[in-house]
Design a protein around this ligand. Structure first.
Ligand SMILES: [Zn+2]
Length: 376
């Protein structure tokens, strides 16, 4: 039997009049979860706007705000019936939405990261490396920094460096649209060589847009030399048989033969679905390496920003639902603040208010005397 819920979500703020959820004595964990989900679906109606800042955790012990967000947009962003993270990312970028709590968290982490990077670059191990290994070394050191940071959050990896040229990025976003940009980011590295698009590819509809914009090449616009990589020697000899009586020994012998023929693509299409082949258009300045890296990192920054907002909101929301006395809580700590509790079996009143910080991934295994009931 659940004796009482200690949390502000149900009691303190609502003063018993405005209970968002009522838990019956006999409710099973499944029924409780179902009720929680129902409340979550309409949670945005409880958000408050004050001084251009929306408090998105109005009933929680942990205060979490979003600035530059209207209540109307907040409703769209937190519409759990229809959650679209990519549209949220788009909104965050266009409207300069930020969370003061996330900014405060990053403000603390960034100087420590810069200090760490400076130390890494002065280290003997680093100095001895060649250019490409240096880059790799710093990437590994960055993930180590994130993992060992006192308030760990996986999103930190992408948030430690502030994005640059944001206005320019917004112009590109306007021109391309967020979905095309996401497709580009996903395929930039994969399309360094010819790829055959899979029918079920998540982004397959975006490919043609990017071909129209000359960012990707498709079909007969792809140079023959690139397409030859997809065919083995035996298949090439099969294709060339009507043209050439002698078989070729090496694949590169096929190139001058095919390049001089107007039906070269028709011949190749016997073995490759040419219309489904894609390649980066290396002549387009959009694909310039520096530009692409900047686009990728900028989009990843905002995706991580959206992610940290939702992870923090979810953690606060779930943990504000109250802890029942009848269960025991085995604590799993993500941050040094609560590392002394890691692995401890706690009573409801001993569990700290979560999250400790944006992106906090501390959690509890909720147990009755014999079974694991749920994870919180
Ligand atoms: Zn934590």
């Amino acid at each position: 039997m659940i004796k009482k819920f200690k949390n502000k979500f149900f009691n303190e703020k609502s003063k018993g009049k405005e209970k968002l959820i009522s838990i019956e004595d006999g409710d099973s964990p499944t029924e409780i979860s179902k009720k929680i989900r129902q409340v979550k679906r309409n949670v945005s109606q409880h958000f408050n706007l004050k001084n251009d800042s929306v408090l998105i955790t109005p009933y929680c012990g942990y205060k979490f705000h979003l600035n530059n967000l209207s209540l109307e947009d907040a409703k769209k962003m937190f519409d759990f019936n229809n959650l679209n993270h990519l549209i949220n990312v788009d909104m965050i970028i266009r409207k300069n939405i930020y969370s003061p709590e996330v900014e405060k968290y990053l403000k603390k982490a960034r100087p420590k990261y810069e200090e760490r990077m400076a130390q890494a670059m002065e280290s003997e191990a680093f100095i001895k490396l060649d250019q490409s290994s240096k880059k790799e070394f710093l990437e590994i050191d960055k993930s180590n920094f994130v993992r060992h940071y006192i308030e760990f959050s996986p999103q930190l990896f992408y948030l430690l460096e502030k994005p640059t040229k944001i206005e320019k990025f917004k112009e590109i976003l306007n021109e391309f649209g967020i979905e095309n940009l996401e497709c580009f980011v996903n395929y930039y590295h994969k399309l360094n060589e010819v790829k055959i698009k899979k029918k079920k590819d998540k982004w397959s509809d975006r490919f043609s847009d990017l071909v129209d914009k000359e960012v990707f090449l498709c079909g007969e616009d792809i140079p023959i030399a690139e397409l030859l990589d997809l065919i083995n020697l035996a298949d090439l000899n099969y294709i060339l048989l009507p043209i050439k009586s002698k078989t070729i020994e090496k694949k590169n012998e096929a190139l001058p033969i095919l390049e001089n023929r107007s039906d070269a693509y028709d011949l190749l299409s016997q073995k490759i679905p040419i219309e489904d082949c894609y390649l980066l258009n290396f002549n387009n300045k959009f694909n310039d390496k520096n530009n692409a890296v900047w686009l990728i990192e900028t989009l990843q920054y905002y995706e991580a920003y959206e992610d940290i907002i939702f992870k923090t909101f979810d953690k606060a929301f779930e943990c504000s639902m109250g802890l029942a006395d009848k269960y025991m809580y085995i604590y799993n700590s993500c941050c040094r603040k609560s590392s002394h509790l890691n692995g401890e079996e706690l009573y409801a009143e001993e569990v700290p208010v979560l999250p400790h910080h944006p992106g906090c991934s501390c959690w509890c295994e909720v147990k009755n005397s014999t079974d694991l009931v749920m994870k919180l």
